[in-house]
Design a protein around this ligand. Structure first.
Ligand SMILES: [Ca+2]
Length: 314
């Protein structure tokens, strides 16, 4: 039995972030959550850090350390997504306000200090929101790039193109300068773009399976996806809500559920129409060096089997 993989979750909860965190906390044999850093994204920072603590308590893990990071993108005004996630970011279930404290240390400092303190190549970063915190850490402490085991992130799109603009996915669009820094940092990067997360659809039978767990976690996840799916049904006419961020934690547990290509991915930061686009060289036509594994396929049934089984452990 190998030691659990040590990770930092960087997040802007967000119902799908919540499910990603729950999946990690439900899997202590494989995943050791060193800490959770909140970033402004789906909703402003005071809500994302609070939501992260709400989710830890829902999982029965008030011992997890939660840090507040950056409250705005590096160079731009914050764009939020209440139209998807509701006013609180976690609309759907009624969950108690958290009793566990927010850590005093800034999230960016926590990322830097952890990567410097732990042996090189042992800490994985799991960004689930705009990449502001990770980019700020890399800018402040360029030495940490070589110490990162892997960055597994949700963001971007290629064949599915954009969800916040015709060309850009939300996380990258909110802070394209940050994404540019991260994609150029040299650490191994695995990307869960909309191409793959739009295959992780919570159909009615899948949502019924969450609810049938009969636990507070199962019911809360069912209620979150009930809320979350209204947006996607209306926008895409899809069969249910895509669980974007849980693809990141599922990948840590079962990489065999995913398939993609190691290609060059560059971020458009100056586009007239395409700012925030992840220009993925899927067909390898640019001659630019590959810097990321860009996922394209998901075994959705296997993903939901894993997710439901693990959530049932909480
Ligand atoms: Ca997110």
């Amino acid at each position: 039995m190998t030691a659990p993989r040590r990770i930092i979750i960087d997040t802007d909860p967000g119902q799908d972030d919540a499910v990603a965190i729950l999946l990690a906390l439900a899997s202590p044999e494989e995943i050791d959550v060193l800490g959770i850093t909140a970033v402004a994204g789906n909703v402003p920072l005071p809500l994302t850090e609070r939501n992260a603590r709400i989710v830890c308590e829902l999982a029965g893990r008030p011992d997890i350390r939660v840090f507040a990071g950056c409250d705005a993108p590096l160079k731009r005004k914050l764009v939020t997504a209440e139209h998807v996630h509701g006013k609180t970011g976690l609309d759907g279930p009624v969950l108690p306000m958290p009793g566990m404290p927010l850590q005093a240390v800034h999230g960016v400092d926590f990322i830097v200090e952890t990567l410097r303190a732990e042996p090189p190549g042992t800490v994985t970063l799991c960004p689930l929101g705009p990449l502001t915190n990770v980019a700020a850490a890399l800018t402040r402490a360029p030495d940490i790039a070589g110490r990162i085991r892997e960055i597994v992130l949700m963001g971007g799109a290629y064949f599915e193109v954009g969800n916040i603009t015709p060309a850009a996915e939300f996380n990258i669009y909110v802070d394209p300068e940050a994404a540019d820094i991260v994609f150029k940092c040299g650490a191994p990067i695995t990307v869960m773009p909309l191409d793959v997360t739009h295959q992780a659809l919570v159909t009615k039978p899948r949502n019924d399976a969450f609810r049938a767990l009969g636990t507070p976690v199962g019911v809360a996840v069912a209620e979150m996806t009930d809320f979350f799916e209204r947006f996607d049904r209306e926008k895409y006419g899809s069969a249910g809500a895509p669980l974007h961020d849980p693809c990141v934690t599922a990948y840590l547990l079962r990489p065999d559920l995913f398939a993609g290509r190691h290609v060059n991915v560059e971020i458009e930061t100056e586009g007239r129409l395409t700012t925030g686009m992840t220009v993925a060289d899927w067909w390898r036509v640019s001659g630019r060096a590959p810097n990321a594994t860009f996922m394209g396929r998901l075994d959705a049934d296997g993903f939901f089997e894993l997710l439901t089984e693990r959530l049932g452990r909480l």
